[in-house]
Design a binder for this molecule. Structure first.
Ligand code: 9W4
Length: 425
């Protein structure tokens, strides 16, 4: 472990000198998270989490800091670690440590340090766990089983984590109830379409500064993320071309005004390519061979195998980093192809991930799940539980009113009309 780290009785972070800068980032995020502000006001007054000890393992970002401080203001004791060594923002970690939060996180830590940090957050014997990737739940179940009787429940943020926890529950191996935060509509739908849509375009622009208007913008995969990217690129004046393997998704892309082509055709006419499929080998050798000079390629799908970088490396005669997060590959015939963020998620590596306004809703789901586990956790079965529909509606409602919008309400007569089956249709 690096000797340069700052260590205290309840923290280990990179550099406390970054705290003032981190605090400004947190203040900025907080001002963009009105749902969290409303929940903080209500639950700080009620002290809904009083007596709870929450161990968290989730990306240490400015938005997560808002979640941590909201949980703390609602009466909980907190101990936190980052869930990915590359996502920890050292200035945010320093600001949290300076404000007294127990936090063990620094950018670029190795695997041994990662588990050391998780173990430190378990030292205070938590009553609740809050996860992104389920490392905390796995650590409790595999290495700290003595803590299980004291744990009321946990939450999990990601699809992958939830998938594994459901498998654990099916085998009878899960020992406390878990709420699947990802499955809330106010989480995955808004994250994927609006969060990934904007931040992916943001990553492309930060890495390249190119004009999108008039460009052929090829989106591989028209799922929620692909749709978000397509919508925003079209809004900036690009001609969007979607590639798909699923007819219904391809049809949606067509009816939303985009062209649909197989990648073999799109490869030759695209100016900018973004992969958002979750599948490997979307852009391979034969595509690189026909691409235009100056083509830009990047990935916003779940994995970094969508673009076959080995094929690109094999075709190239030279490579240089021409700008941060932008590698220029020169082909034998003199054409240049630009790969962004080394094929990793462009919205995270070259931009800042989901905007705070989007994280506002994801983290409202985390917060309300902690409140639900506190009040009802003892009655929940040892299984993976969904977010209640009313919670989704309540979060969306607070978000709407914070934006000055208001809705209609069904009258009694309308509710009766909808349920009435006496007179046929
Ligand atoms: N960030 C991340 C992961 C890997 C990574 C260039 C190659 C996810 C969700 C939220 O995973 C996250 N690798 C990088 S940068 C980087 C960043 N590089 C750098 O060289 C390796 C991550 C959730 N979230 C938001 O989206 C916004 N606020 C949040 O809390 C954060 C980070």
């Amino acid at each position: 472990m690096s000797p340069k780290l700052a260590e205290g009785t309840n923290y280990k972070v990179a550099d406390l000198g970054l705290a003032a800068q981190g605090r400004m980032k947190i203040d900025w995020a907080e001002s963009r998270m009105p749902v969290m502000a409303a929940l903080r006001k209500e639950h700080a007054a009620k002290q809904s989490l009083k007596g709870m000890k929450i161990a968290g393992c989730l990306h240490v970002t400015k938005e997560t800091a808002v979640l941590i401080e909201t949980l703390s203001d609602a009466g909980a004791e907190i101990s936190w670690s980052g869930c990915n060594p590359l996502s920890t923002q050292d200035d945010v970690a320093a600001a949290l440590a300076e404000a007294g939060t127990s936090i063990y996180a620094w950018h670029g830590m190795d695997t041994e340090a990662f588990y050391w940090c998780i173990d430190r957050t378990l030292d205070f014997e938590p009553t609740l766990t809050l996860d992104d990737g389920a490392d905390l739940i796995f650590s409790v179940h595999n290495r700290h089983q003595n803590l299980i009787p004291g744990i009321i429940g946990g939450t999990e943020e990601t699809t992958t984590g939830i998938h594994r926890l459901r498998a654990m529950a099916a085998d009878g191996a899960l020992k406390y109830p878990v709420i699947a935060v990802n499955d809330a509509e106010t989480k995955w739908d808004f994250d994927n379409v609006y969060g990934t849509g904007q931040s992916s375009i943001d990553g492309i622009i930060r890495a390249t500064s190119v004009l999108l208007a008039g460009k052929n913008f090829v989106v591989a995969g028209y799922g929620h993320c692909g749709k978000g990217c397509a919508m925003r690129a079209a809004g900036l004046g690009a001609n969007v071309i979607a590639t798909e393997v699923k007819a219904t998704a391809a049809l949606k892309a067509t009816l939303e005004g985009h062209e649909v082509l197989p990648m073999d055709k799109a490869a030759a006419i695209g100016d900018i390519f973004i992969t958002a499929t979750g599948m490997k080998d979307i852009i391979v050798k034969r595509h690189f061979e026909v691409m235009r000079d100056g083509a830009i390629i990047c990935n916003t799908g779940h994995y970094d195998c969508e673009i076959n970088i080995e094929d690109l490396e094999a075709l190239a005669v030279s490579k240089r980093e021409i700008r941060p997060n932008c590698d220029e590959y020169t082909m034998a015939d003199g054409r240049h192809i630009y790969l962004l963020a080394q094929g990793r998620l462009v919205n995270l590596a070259a931009a800042e991930g989901h905007p705070s306004e989007v994280m506002d809703m994801s983290f409202a789901n985390q917060f309300l799940s902690m409140v639900r586990l506190t009040s009802e956790g003892k009655d929940l079965s040892t299984d993976v539980h969904d977010i209640p529909v009313e919670q989704d509606q309540s979060i969306a409602g607070i978000k709407l009113s914070s934006m000055g919008m208001s809705m209609d309400v069904l009258t009694e007569a309308q509710i009766l009309y909808a349920d009435d089956y006496s007179a046929g249709t």
